[in-house]
Write a protein that binds this ligand. Structure first.
Ligand code: ATP
Ligand code: MG
Length: 568
């Protein structure tokens, strides 16, 4: 049993979805010999995003829960946009999320031969014809939902002629766009997808797997249901926009099937997130135009971006459980995703000290040559994480924002003549400070009370504030990248009169250098996660080098964004 097996079942604390209910009923009725077999069918034309995670958790999750199988099938029917780089990243991301397709890695392109044969069968049955009109003309003839479409002058072509032309299309005799193969269904159907849909088009372009073998390529609708059928899929789960395609899916399967078995398509609502856009095409634009550093930029909603940001697979699966599956389109609040990662990291991430904007303190009554190793707890939520030591000496850094020269009443941090506790160390009092020529406070002079070392009895003396700190002589210098939402509009891609680029948040990335971290973090490995006390959850970036760590802030400890928006 893999590590993830229990986690997924544990997470399924939400009531069963309508889809799960269908599956339970089908299994009870012994449909398809009591099998459950699903598939996840990504098009390899981009990296997976959090929306795909919703589909993956359902496809793989249902199969796993009910003792079935889930195939990974690359829907690679459009050679124009597809690439092997995407195939590899998709596999990596699915494994990372905690799912496995075993040996069942399939490609729609593997079925090009069978699909071509099926098209020939349809032609022979009088159910498909070659249309010599352009795609534009065909679409003009489609009619409207209330008006029937116009019949193509080629609709009643003789079977022999259709067959001859279709073979010649594939041999490369005709130009792209000069002819298509259409299913002969019903030009008056109230469902536009049933009005003699195009099922094959000419594309004279090399495919990343089949090379120049084919000059005709099947359309998505034609390939998808048939691929489901070839693989013995029982439940073909997809997003709501395919609901109107279902009659065509069923029509095609009915003309292919030879016994009782048939795959069934069930649709659910897409995942949409506030302040995020999910289209692969647009995400690719962001990458190509250099508006982000790549597909795995920690601001991207891609799985590789979220991973680099510090998200865990458990937190993403938990989020997907929380939002559930329905038949109603909705937009989910990105703060729920942030909540899920906080909840997970709270249990897992060791607490450490890191100062983002350092302000130096000299402790005037602490011996200059002395260093103490103070023992601190790694995670109050998990005793098994034990303790570690942090060095303390007469020079420490605290956050600049933790000192105010003229504090308001409710400021419980450091100020002239006030006392605070340095977490895990001593109570200190600010005696004086020094400013630079610009008038900024650059150093504090404090005295410490030796009786107040944490753990001592006298340490019970009350002070109102406790600050995180780092020993200046032992600190490791770090770069820290703080992220805010990539867009400053709730629905950046959904605005009629504006381009999503207009809503890019200019402050979505803030790079801090010269941050000071406790020495244990010098060797942090990429993707290692920590809670920097009081500052949030952080994850070491791929750019980290031994002794030169770079950290990404995954999420702050509190949702400051919601608060800011309320105040604005
Ligand atoms: P995009 O619109 O982002 O380019 P897509 O639907 O074209 O995505 P596919 O590679 O075809 O991407 O998607 C593979 C599977 O993932 C499909 O079954 C699709 O329904 C599902 N999927 C894609 N986006 C979402 C989403 N936002 N929420 C839930 N499922 C999704
Ligand atoms: Mg798609």
């Amino acid at each position: 049993m893999k590590e993830n097996d229990t986690a997924i079942n544990d997470e399924a604390k939400t009531p069963v979805s309508f889809i799960e209910q269908f599956i339970i009923d089908d299994l009870r009725d012994g449909k398809n010999n009591g099998r459950i077999h699903t598939r996840f069918p990504p098009e390899p034309n981009g990296y997976l995003h959090i929306g795909h995670a919703k589909a993956i958790c359902l496809d793989f999750g249902m199969a796993k829960k009910y003792g079935g199988k889930c195939n990974l099938r690359f829907d690679d029917t459009n050679p124009v946009r597809e690439d092997v780089e995407y195939v590899d990243s998709i596999k990596e991301d699915i494994h990372w999320l905690g799912f496995d397709w075993e040996e069942r890695e399939y490609y729609a392109s593997d079925y090009f031969g069978k699909l071509f044969e099926f098209a020939v069968v349809l032609i022979k049955k009088g159910l498909a014809y070659v249309d010599d009109q352009s795609a534009e003309t065909i679409s003009e003839q489609k009619g409207t939902p209330t008006q029937p479409g116009a019949v193509s002058p080629f609709r009643n072509r003789a079977t022999e002629e259709n067959l001859d032309l279709f073979y010649r299309m594939n041999e490369g005799e005709f130009d792209e766009g000069s002819r298509v193969l259409r299913a002969r269904i019903d030009m008056a159907s109230p469902n536009m997808h049933m009005r003699d849909p195009i099922i094959y088009r000419i594309l004279k372009i090399a495919h990343h797997r089949t090379g120049n073998k084919w000059n005709v390529y099947p359309m998505y609708d034609f390939a998808h249901g048939e691929s489901d059928y070839f693989e013995g899929i029982t439940h073909s789960l997809c997003t709501l926009e395919f609901e109107v395609h279902r009659p065509l899916y069923d029509w095609l399967v009915d003309h292919l099937k030879t016994d009782d078995y048939r795959p069934r398509q069930i649709e659910f609502n897409r995942l949409n997130l506030t302040y995020t856009m999910m289209s692969k095409r647009k995400l690719l634009e962001l990458v190509k135009e250099g508006r982000v550093s790549g597909w795995d930029d920690p601001r991207m909603p891609t799985l590789c971006g979220l991973r680099r940001r510090g998200y865990t697979p458990e937190s993403i699966r938990r989020f997907v459980d929380l939002i559930g599956y329905t038949k109603v389109e909705a937009i989910n609040d990105v703060s729920l995703l942030e909540h899920a990662v906080r909840e997970d990291l709270n249990l897992k991430a060791p607490r450490v000290f890191g100062v983002l904007n350092p302000l130096k303190i000299t402790i005037t009554n602490y011996p200059g040559e002395q260093t103490e190793q103070l023992e601190v707890i790694n995670n109050p939520e998990d005793d098994s994480q034990g303790t570690r030591t942090v060095p303390f000496c007469n020079e420490v850094y605290i956050e600049q924002e933790d000192f105010m020269e003229e504090p308001p009443n409710k400021f419980f941090r450091l100020a002239p003549s006030r006392e605070v506790r340095l977490k895990g160390a001593y109570i200190i009092k600010c005696d004086s400070f020094r400013k630079n020529e610009k008038g900024e406070v650059v150093e504090l002079f404090c005295s410490y009370d030796p009786e107040t070392r944490s753990g001592n009895e006298a340490s019970n003396r009350k002070v109102k504030g406790t600050l995180h700190w780092v020993s200046a002589r032992h600190a490791v210098d770090a770069e820290i990248r703080l992220y805010d939402r990539l867009f400053n509009h709730e629905d950046p891609a959904g605005q009629k009169d504006a381009d999503y680029r207009d809503f890019l948040n200019p402050d979505s990335l803030k790079v801090l250098t010269g941050c000071k971290l406790e020495p244990s973090l010098a060797q942090a490995k990429p993707l290692e996660k920590f809670q920097f006390q009081r500052m949030g959850y952080f994850c070491a970036d791929y750019d980290s080098k031994p002794g030169k760590p770079v950290f990404n802030r995954t999420v702050s400890l509190k949702d400051t964004w919601a608060k800011l928006n309320k105040e604005a």
